[in-house]
Ligand binder design. Structure first.
Ligand code: AQP
Length: 338
């Protein structure tokens, strides 16, 4: 196996505002991996992914800038990490086409995100939504990324990315694409909806009460946590006591992730508490951690030209890595003029 530069790639869709799920499941780890200094870090606003379902153009532009502001407010430093939006680096879409020709229809049909998002009306879903995982594989492999921090929901797509890399290497008899490792760690790899403990918290959920947005003010955060669905029992003192209590487990996991501890430690402190006491403690913690991010996002959003400058600069840096990888891929495939 060839030696690859330790490099992290991950992306977030500008398909709405950032949620607590995106923050705890992905962005917080992006910052840790940047600050550890063990990896080159490349982070992307995946706007080409966002349009696999309908996006109002003006809302997409705003969401992309707001997402960039969110990355920076959460701790991503454009002088340490490459930060850009996907559509400015054409190599993503170009490599995705090659991968569309490597991946098999059956692989895509098995993807649970495709089944969930296309639902019963799959004949009416976009071709882009079906091919989404091949574009995601291209996002990652065009940087020869070795590690990808993501939430639990993206695990299957990362397995598919490895399958595409292996099949490409086998088909062409090369050792060119790495077998990327997912990084799925911590108490909040799957933050659930505040209204339904069986559903993932999602920025496109029709109910705003189901999620905490990074732009929510303190009162809204407190109200959403107060109204979060729970059961009538007190919190247990052991994590086993959370079995069959998905809503209680979710709030405990959120508390653990925000306070950078474990669910066991949270229950050691709060076991026996009623939700009437635990929810205000969680709301205070959430406001404490999220308010500085939301304030900084608002400040950054006052200067969209500066955000666009950061994205253009990041895109130029990204192309420096992506262009030679695409060129070599074309050579391997046999394209004249590559
Ligand atoms: N609820 C979640 N818990 C933990 N991690 C999550 N992520 C998303 N939701 C949760 C992680 O955030 C990263 C970016 O996700 P994305 O925006 O690319 O797409 P998504 O997973 O489809 O997120 P949403 O919020 O549900 O978007 P929509 O509603 O547009 O589909 C990923 O690493 C993801 O795992």
């Amino acid at each position: 196996m060839a030696a690859f530069t330790p490099r992290v790639f991950s992306g977030i869709q500008p398909s709405g505002g950032l949620t607590l799920g995106n923050y705890l499941g992905a962005m917080k780890r992006f910052v840790t991996m940047q600050d550890e200094g063990k990896f080159e870090t490349v982070y992307c606003m995946v706007d080409l992914h966002a349009i696999t379902v309908w996006q109002d153009p003006a809302a997409l532009t705003r969401a992309t800038r707001e997402l960039c502001a969110g990355f920076i407010a959460a701790g991503i430093d454009p002088s340490k990490s490459i930060l850009f939006n996907q559509s400015q680096v054409a190599e993503h879409a170009q490599l995705a086409w090659i991968f569309n020709c490597v991946a098999r229809m059956g692989w895509m049909q098995r993807m649970t995100q495709w089944k969930d998002k296309a639902g019963k009306n799959s004949q009416n879903a976009s071709l882009g939504l079906f091919a989404y995982p091949a574009l995601m594989a291209a996002d990652i492999l065009v940087y020869h990324a070795t590690h990808v921090p993501v939430g639990e929901d993206q695990k299957q797509h990362l397995e598919l990315t490895r399958d595409i890399a292996i099949k490409f290497n086998n088909d062409f008899g090369v050792d060119f694409f790495p077998e990327t490792e997912p990084v799925i760690e911590g108490a909040a790899t799957r933050v659930m909806s505040l209204r339904d403990g069986s559903k993932k918290m999602s920025k496109s959920d029709p109910s705003d009460m189901s999620r905490i947005n990074l732009t929510d003010d303190a009162d809204t955060i407190a109200q959403k946590i107060r109204k979060a669905r729970t059961d009538p029992e007190a919190l247990p003192s052991e994590v086993d006591g959370l079995d069959e209590r998905p809503e209680a487990r979710n709030l405990v996991n959120i508390y653990a992730a925000l306070s950078e501890t474990t669910p066991e430690a949270v229950l050691a402190d709060h076991g026996g508490s009623q939700f009437s006491a635990f929810k205000p403690a969680l709301a205070d913690l959430a406001v404490d951690k999220l308010a500085p991010i939301s304030t900084e996002m608002s400040r950054l959003m006052e200067d969209p030209a500066e955000i666009d400058r950061i994205l253009a600069q990041g895109a130029a840096q990204a192309r420096e890595i992506a262009a030679p990888v695409l060129k070599k891929t074309y050579e391997i495939v046999g394209m004249v003029g590559a």
